[in-house]
Every structure is written in C-alpha cells, then in structure tokens.
Design a binder for this molecule. Sequence first.
Ligand SMILES: Nc1ncnc2c1ncn2[C@@H]1O[C@H](COP(=O)(O)OP(=O)(O)OP(=O)(O)O)[C@@H](O)[C@H]1O
Ligand SMILES: [Mg+2]
Length: 446
Amino acid sequence: MQIKIQQRLLLAILTAATLAVLSMYLIMNWNLGRGFLQYVNSIENEKLATALIQAYTEKGGWDFLQDDPATWPRSLTRIMPGGKFDARLLLLDENLDPIFGNIGEKKGERPAPLTHQGKVVSYLLYHPRQEISEVHQLRFLRRQEVAMLLIAGVTLLLSVLFSLFVSRRLVRPIKALTEGTHRLAGGDYTTRVTVAANDELGQLAINFNALALVLENNEKAHRQWVADISHELRTPLAVLRGEIEALEDGIREPSPETIHSLHAEVLHLARLIDDLYQLSLYDVGALTYRKEHLELSSLLSQVVASFRAKFATAGISVTAPAPGAMAIVFADRERLRQLFANLLDNSLKYTDWGGRLEICLAVDAKQVRIAFNDSGPDVPSEELAKIFARFYRVDGSRSRQSGGAGLGLAICRSIIEAHEGTIAARPSPLGGLQVTVDLPLTGVTP
Ligand SMILES: Nc1ncnc2c1ncn2[C@@H]1O[C@H](COP(=O)(O)OP(=O)(O)OP(=O)(O)O)[C@@H](O)[C@H]1O
Ligand SMILES: [Mg+2]
C-alpha cells in the first residue's frame, strides 16, 4: 500500500515539475527568437540610418539614388544583403514625397526622420526582417537553444531527485503508522510510533500512541480484574473445602453449628458472585434499570428502618431525616435501595462500638444531597479516592474479617453513574467517614 502512495506522489510531483520545465522552456525559446529578431532589426535600422546620412553627406544630396544600385555606397549594400533596397525601404524627402523605393506604410508604421547638422533632411520607412537569415546569427540562436535545452534537462533531473527524496520522506511516517496498526491489531499494545513532524501526520502519530496506551492500560486492568476475582473466590472456597474435608475425615462432627458455618460460607460466596455479576453487567452496559419518579426521603427511611436493629446490636446510634422532604428523582427503586444498604452496611461494619451515624438530606433547586457521616475509625485522606475502586479495602485484614470483598462502594459508584449523579468520600466531622451522594431532581410529583 505504502509503495503505491509513494509511486503516486512521485508521479504527481514529476508531472508537475515536467509541465513547469516544459512550459518554461517553450516560452523562453519563443521569447528568445522574438527578442533576438527585434534586436537585430533595431541594430540594422540604426546602421542603415547612419549609413544613409553618411552617403547623403558624401554625395551632397540624394541624387545618387536615381542611378544604378551598383553605385550605392558599400556600407549600404553590406547592410542590405543582395542590394534589394526597394523591397524593404522607402526614403521620403522633408516634404514626405518619395525619393526612393515604393513600399507602402504598414499599420502602425511611421517614417523616422533622418537629420543632418540638426536639420531633418528626409524620412526613412524600413520594414523589419521577418526572420533571421544570417548564418552567424542563426548559429548564435542555435547555441542558445541548446543551452536552454540542457538547463531544462538538468532542472528535470534535479526535480526527479528532489521528488524521490520528498516522496520517501512523506511516506516514511505513513509506513510506520501502517506497521504500528498491524502490530496493534495483532494484540501488541506496547507498540508506539515515533512522532517525527509537527504536522497532521505527527498529530496522527500522537493520537495513535494515545490509543495504544489506552488499549495497553485496559488490557492491564482487565488482567488485574481477572486475577483479583480468582484470588477473591479462592479464599472462601478454600475455607469451604477445608471444612468439608474435616467432616469427611471425621475431624469435625456434622453438627448444626458446622452446617450453619458451611451455609454462611456458601452465602458469602454467592453474594460475592452476585456482586461480580452485577459489576460485569455494568461494564458491558447490559445492566437494566427500571426507572420511575420516586420520593427519596421515604425510600431512605425504609432502608434505615430495616437496619435499626443491627445498629442497636452494634451499639451505634443512628439519626436519619424524617420522610417527606419531597426530593423527587427519576431512579430505579431497587438499585437505590442497594446503594443505601451498601453505605449503611459499611457504617455498621467499620464504626466502633458506641459510635454514631448521622444521615442528612438537603434539597436545592437542581439536586438532592444525602450525606452519611459516621464516627471513627476514619479512612486516611490519601486512601479516600481509592475506596471506590474494585476490591479495594483500606485495612485488608480487618475488612476481610468483617466479610467485605471491597466491591460495595464500586457498585455504589456504578449505580450513581447510571443515575447521572456523583458520589464522593471525605473525612467526617464525627471522626469517621463521610460519603455524599448527589442526585439530580426531576421536579415532578410521583
Ligand atoms: N463507613 C466507613 N468507615 C470506615 N471505613 C470505611 C467505611 N466504608 C468503607 N470503608 C473502607 O472502604 C473499603 C471499601 O468499602 P467497600 O464497601 O467497597 O468494600 P467492603 O465493605 O470491604 O466489601 P463489600 O462492601 O464488598 O462487602 C472498606 O474495606 C473499608 O476499609
Ligand atoms: Mg461495603
């Protein structure tokens, strides 16, 4: 493909150069012939006028012209080869009456005055030559034409060399990009091309490199995601396997407690798989949302109410807004329930005994903000941005003890993004974590 482009470029540059050189050669050739003829005529005219005046002075008038042309002064016959004066020459006296010759005036021609001692003694009308006939003049013209032909040839040769150089230079980055694209399509995402120029091709190379980087990062993230999933699934499976093997070997009795523990592990595994499935659906854009106009404060109250007993057991006091704030949003009820449940579950798991959770709801013209503030422990500020990443746990061992896989907040973020809202984490004034959720209001009554 690149060879074709190079050939086409070469052909285009060469055609343009050949046309330019050829037309310049023809114009200059024509101009040279014309200019040289004009020059020869003007010199001849001048010489003739000088010779006539000289003859007039020598002979004391024009009477000699009536005689045989053989008696004409030599200087004149040299200028007019063959002595054919009457064919191209007309001499008129001071009153413009013909003295010699019988040619007529052509259009645009005016007889030129001949002066002797400051006085006009006659007028000369002289038809210029139509072509060069003198051998030495013709030779001069030929030499000029040959020189021009040589110059044209050298110019053409130079333009061939130049176009070869230019076409190669232009095609080189295209060739590199084509090869790079092939490698990229073959799965080699580490491929980069060198940005050689600051033009459109250079910009294309920059964009190509940016695309390759995105693909490389995506590939890395994908591998990491698969590795993390395998790792997370392995832990509960290993626990299950250990317990079942202990039962088989008779190390443990199949008591109701053992069965309960096995069941709890299976539930944990099932929840993990559900979460992963939901996130993968979100990734491929296949998660369906059944959105409706709903009132957010009453939904929040319902979810909080379902958690009250658990908070009481954990010794955490909860304050939540009373329903009726009329915060109407266009959302999927079940997904928002899941969002609140994930956040409440976190506060429950990561707040020390005797702590507090305060939930505030604020409505303005465009959006509703719900803030979950709990007491310690807190999340170090450098980790705040990371807690929404998949499988991220601030303190791995503590979170794993509490059964967390590090997917809850990632799911919250995907739910919020699907509702065109935002979610953020900051240090809470109560000493723990503050999570704020902003959702756009619809202004519609459900
Ligand atoms: N209210 C909170 N107070 C202190 N730390 C928190 C709080 N909420 C979350 N975190 C920290 O952020 C991490 C990520 O939370 P996330 O909900 O995504 O995962 P998880 O709770 O560990 O697991 P999962 O929610 O999947 O069961 C948690 O492991 C925890 O360390
Ligand atoms: Mg969680």
